[in-house]
Design a protein around this ligand. Structure first.
Ligand SMILES: Nc1nc2c(ncn2[C@@H]2O[C@H](COP(=O)(O)OP(=O)(O)OP(=O)(O)O)[C@@H](O)[C@H]2O)c(=O)[nH]1
Ligand SMILES: [Mg+2]
Length: 261
């Protein structure tokens, strides 16, 4: 290498360069910046600051619900549908209730990886390892990175038990609660927690014999309840329409964070 070659060794990941590459939508830069933020690195925060002024019209959609309700399967369908509509889609998978299992959950979400080769889709598990501000803070930062990178739709999967219910509402202006067909007592219990923050409620596993009864029970107290069979995709277009409707109402009403009961 020549003496002048040394100049080529200038760090290419200075904050402004990293921010610029994120803004250009470069996937590796997006991944790198999210990793820096997960680890609580100052250079990550500096790069993020350069990006946060960017305005974005991204739809940020939280998908929450009890373990096994079908959140990942629904997100899988939503990714495919939003791609067909021509949108760039980002997916963040995060367990708000236990910051230490973020990595472990990735295997469970492997089905989504069919989209991983699609250049219009970015999928990422968030491992927070208890760094500052909790999971919601890191998730919010990762959302900002995806917005700056030009993702039109950002889907966040979270397990909706305990504190996570509230955290997702802070990060996502649209919250979809996914429930599996349940017995009356379970539905009563859900009203007090999980479903309270939801703008749209999905009764998934519509192929289950109890699905219609659960749908009727939930319909009595929430204005936006619909039945989906995520494994076949039935009901997904109606879900996309319900999400769009909620977003339109929110824009009209001046951004309240919850739907009226
Ligand atoms: N019969 C039926 N099974 C479904 C449907 N949707 C999802 N499942 C199944 O339910 C199981 C759980 O689905 P996931 O999408 O992994 O659920 P999840 O809510 O993401 O689960 P966690 O991430 O572990 O909380 C899987 O075996 C799915 O195949 C459906 O509409 N009908
Ligand atoms: Mg899942």
């Amino acid at each position: 290498m020549t003496r002048f070659g040394i100049h080529l060794n200038k760090p290419v990941d200075s904050e402004s360069t990293l921010a610029e590459r994120v803004r250009q939508g470069q996937v590796r830069a997006v991944a790198r910046l999210i990793t820096l933020l997960e680890r609580g690195k100052q250079e990550g925060r500096d790069a993020l600051r350069l990006l946060e002024a960017d305005t974005s019209r991204a739809a940020i959609i939280g998908v929450t619900g009890y373990p096994g309700a079908g959140k990942s399967t629904i997100i899988d369908q939503l990714v495919a549908a939003y791609r067909r509509l021509g949108h760039k889609v980002g997916v963040l998978a995060v367990d708000m209730t236990s910051p230490f299992t973020g990595g472990a959950l990735l295997g469970d979400r492997i089905r989504m990886q069919q989209h991983a080769l699609n250049p219009g889709v970015f999928i990422r598990s968030l491992a927070t390892r208890g760094h500052r501000g909790g999971v919601a803070a890191v998730t919010g930062e990762a959302v900002s990175v995806l917005e700056a990178a030009g993702y039109d739709v950002i889907l966040i999967e979270t397990v909706g038990v305990g504190q996570g219910e509230l955290d997702i509402a802070v990060v996502a202006p649209t919250v979809v609660a996914v429930v599996a067909p349940a017995l009356g007592d379970e539905v009563q219990a859900m009203k007090a927690g999980l479903l309270e923050v939801a703008h749209v409620i999905v009764v998934n596993k519509g192929d289950h014999p109890d699905a219609d009864r659960t749908l009727r029970e939930l319909n009595e107290w929430h204005r936006s309840v619909l039945k989906v069979t995520a494994t076949t995709g039935e009901g997904i277009p109606a879900l996309i329409a319900a999400i769009a409707e909620q977003q339109r109402l929110r824009d009209l009403e001046g951004a309240p964070t919850r739907a009226a009961p």
